[in-house]
Design a binder for this molecule. Structure first.
Ligand SMILES: Cc1cc2nc3c(=O)[nH]c(=O)nc-3n(C[C@H](O)[C@H](O)[C@H](O)COP(=O)(O)OP(=O)(O)OC[C@H]3O[C@@H](n4cnc5c(N)ncnc54)[C@H](O)[C@@H]3O)c2cc1C
Length: 285
């Protein structure tokens, strides 16, 4: 099994992880490894349009992640492809296990973000793809920012989206108003059952049903944590330092109701600044 070593290993290359890795390099720590199971950029890829991230304003999520990927290249950040299944704590380091090998590092930054909650519907999806949806009817179940963002994107891509939410919208009014202006259909009722027959879904709500080709579930997200053989205790803001010396947990993984890219980015910066100070102090000792 391949072994890689670094001073800092950052797990997850979303905005928080990229910010942490870039800032470590800016602070003079050269051997940083960024470990990512998919494409760099994280969940931002799913945003229809980014309005509030300075420098990437008015870009689609798809464009924004290209710009973030350029940071990885420009700063020569070591990017390792791998899905971290387990993290363990050794005497003076941490180890992350992936299908491709083991990464050990003195400092570890966990930036693995969140995973979507499921409704348990066969074949349900968690976000639209960036493709032509002309003629397809898509039910988006949920009433938050993501549900509205997805419905707006689907509309732009030619689909007929229908938002099915069980209560009043919880999304930003700018998204709700845009959906209404664009004539996106909304149903306010709890989903009470579903059937799938000949690739067509029938979603039941009360005495009625909605038929559609695709179901996208956007009912919230929860932390995406690899297996860990230790507990990291309390997470302190803004750097994400924990009760375990040299172990940081940052970004939407711990931001709960404050899941925005600039806050995730800020935590990445703060973690790297903390690590840099610690590392310099350790070297003096
Ligand atoms: C539809 C939508 C619209 C949005 N719009 C906006 C917006 O307009 N403005 C805004 O500020 N924010 C927006 N966001 C939120 C923003 O995308 C997140 O706040 C941000 O991406 C969080 O960054 P992060 O680095 O903490 O986590 P993520 O972006 O989730 O990145 C985590 C990364 O870790 C990787 N990973 C996870 N587990 C492992 C593992 N075990 N091993 C290896 N890699 C792993 C994932 O593949 C991912 O790349 C939006 C989100 C969605 C879904």
């Amino acid at each position: 099994m391949q072994r890689s070593r670094a001073t800092v290993a950052v797990i997850g290359a979303g905005p928080s992880g990229i910010a942490a890795a870039q800032q470590c390099i800016r602070e003079g720590i050269d051997d940083v490894l960024l470990v990512e199971r998919g494409k760099p950029g994280g969940l931002l890829y799913q945003a229809n349009r980014l309005e509030n991230f300075p420098g990437l304003r008015d870009m689609s999520g798809r464009e924004a992640v290209v710009a973030l990927g350029e940071i990885i290249q420009d700063y020569d950040i070591g990017l390792l492809k791998g899905d971290v299944s387990e993290i363990s704590k050794k005497k003076n380091s941490f180890e992350a296990v992936t299908e491709n090998g083991i990464i050990s590092a003195k400092y570890m930054v966990l930036a693995t973000g969140t995973k979507p909650r499921s409704l348990g519907i066969t074949g349900e999806r968690y976000h639209p793809e960036w493709r032509d949806y002309t003629g397809e009817k898509v039910a988006v179940v949920g009433g938050g920012d993501a549900a509205y963002d997805y419905a707006l994107r689907l509309k732009e891509l030619g689909a007929h989206p229908v938002i099915l939410r069980r209560g009043e919208p919880k999304a930003l009014s700018v998204l709700v108003d845009e959906a209404s202006d664009k004539g996106i259909e909304e149903i306010c009722h709890e989903l009470t059952g579903w059937e799938l027959s000949d690739n067509v879904y029938s979603l039941r709500y009360g005495d009625n049903s909605l038929s559609c080709d695709i179901v996208i579930t956007a009912i919230g997200r929860e932390p995406a944590l690899p297996d860990m053989q230790f507990s990291y205790g309390e997470v302190k803001f803004p750097s994400g330092s924990t009760d375990i010396e040299n172990f940081y947990v940052i970004g939407s993984l711990v931001l709960r109701g404050y899941r925005h890219a600039s806050l995730a980015w800020g935590m990445g910066l703060a973690a790297a600044m903390d690590i840099s100070v610690k590392d310099r102090n350790n070297q003096k000792m």
